[in-house]
Design a protein. Structure first.
Length: 336
């Protein structure tokens, strides 16, 4: 089976000013060869702990152009990776994944608990989707999130409440001053569109939701602390980041099949002495699929892995660096 070429972006946690803090790579999974095509080394960012404003994030394609998100900006490249345009918005901050559907780019604005819609024909921000958590729902959600391994009966009760009560959707004009406040909420980190539905999930959400006809609906149960959740076959596919697995689940959150993310020996890693809340290996983020049934996932230290349902072992690993700070973020099949 011939493996595809993928494009991926990276975030380098705990980098220092003057160092590169992320980049973009083309990786030929068939040969194992890779090439860095963008080095993101801007210095005008917040250099606080963890990922912060570092690195490049979601990736999407439209009209022979490549759209890549940074923390607060959508950057447009041609196929030679020459920057041709960029776009900002006052409600775009803490951006994670992005997705092109029809003639629109949907962008997760994590710090505003929102999704922004950008029209790719007019190059304008046209609509904002604020996922508003009522104060009592936010309280229940935060307690359930923190009780990951706490009181089982209490957590079960809280999760049942979260199944009944859903967040409120507020449509806003991203060009006005009437948008949402700076507040993380669900920590929305991915968006996926299909059949006129806008699917979204977040690190602090235990459901995959979708927006249809300006209403929010529950679609599937998920664990907390996930990335890249999307509908897949008869269930959902996701990076179960906390469990260090790529998982295929049914809509009730039961695992149908899962793959353990590869871990290296500590003495093989660079910068392994950093605190685990700043950088750790087997942090799963970045996920895509091929038409012939392959699942491709990203993790740290900058590792791309190919899986196939029914095969317990990974088909291929391509490792870009052993520096544990270097984390895959966006990951897509290279279409050009």
């Amino acid at each position: 089976m011939k493996l595809p070429t993928i494009i991926c972006s990276t975030v380098i946690r705990s980098a220092h000013q003057g160092e590169s803090h992320g980049g973009v790579y083309l990786v030929n999974l068939d040969t194992g060869e890779y090439k860095q095509v963008v080095d993101w080394n801007v210095s005008s960012i917040d250099w606080g702990g963890r990922g912060g404003e570092r690195g490049l994030r979601g990736i999407a394609f439209y009209d022979n152009k490549i759209y890549i998100a940074s923390n607060d900006e959508i950057i447009v490249y041609n196929k030679n990776f020459e920057m041709v345009n960029s776009f900002k918005n006052k409600y775009l901050w803490g951006c994670h994944e992005i997705f092109v559907f029809k003639d629109s780019l949907f962008i997760t604005s994590t710090s505003f608990n929102s999704i922004l819609e950008f029209n790719l024909k007019s190059n304008t921000f046209v609509k904002g989707y604020w996922i508003r958590l009522r104060s009592y729902l936010s309280f229940f959600n935060n307690i359930a999130f923190m009780l990951e391994f706490g009181n089982i009966k209490r957590r079960f009760f809280l999760l049942k409440i979260l199944e009944i009560i859903k967040p409120k959707l507020i449509i806003f004009d991203p060009n006005s001053d009437n948008g949402p406040p700076l507040r993380v909420g669900f920590h929305i980190n991915n968006v996926y569109c299909n059949n006129d539905r806008i699917y979204f999930c977040g690190r602090r959400s235990n459901h995959l939701f979708y927006i249809f006809d300006e209403e929010i609906y529950n679609y599937a149960k998920v664990p907390f602390k996930t990335h890249n959740v999307r509908p897949f076959k008869r269930g959902i596919l996701l990076n179960d980041t906390f469990a260090e697995k790529v998982s295929y689940m049914d809509l009730k959150g039961n695992v149908i099949e899962s793959f353990q993310i590869k871990k290296f020996k500590e003495n093989e890693l660079l910068n392994a002495d950093l605190p685990k809340d700043h950088a750790r290996q087997a942090f799963g983020r970045g996920l895509c699929t091929t038409d012939d049934g392959l699942i491709i996932g990203g993790s740290s230290p900058a590792l791309i892995t190919v899986y196939k349902l029914g095969c317990p072992n990974a088909l291929k690993h391509v490792n870009i660096t052993m520096d544990v700070r270097n984390t895959i973020h966006g990951l897509e099949i290279w279409p050009y």
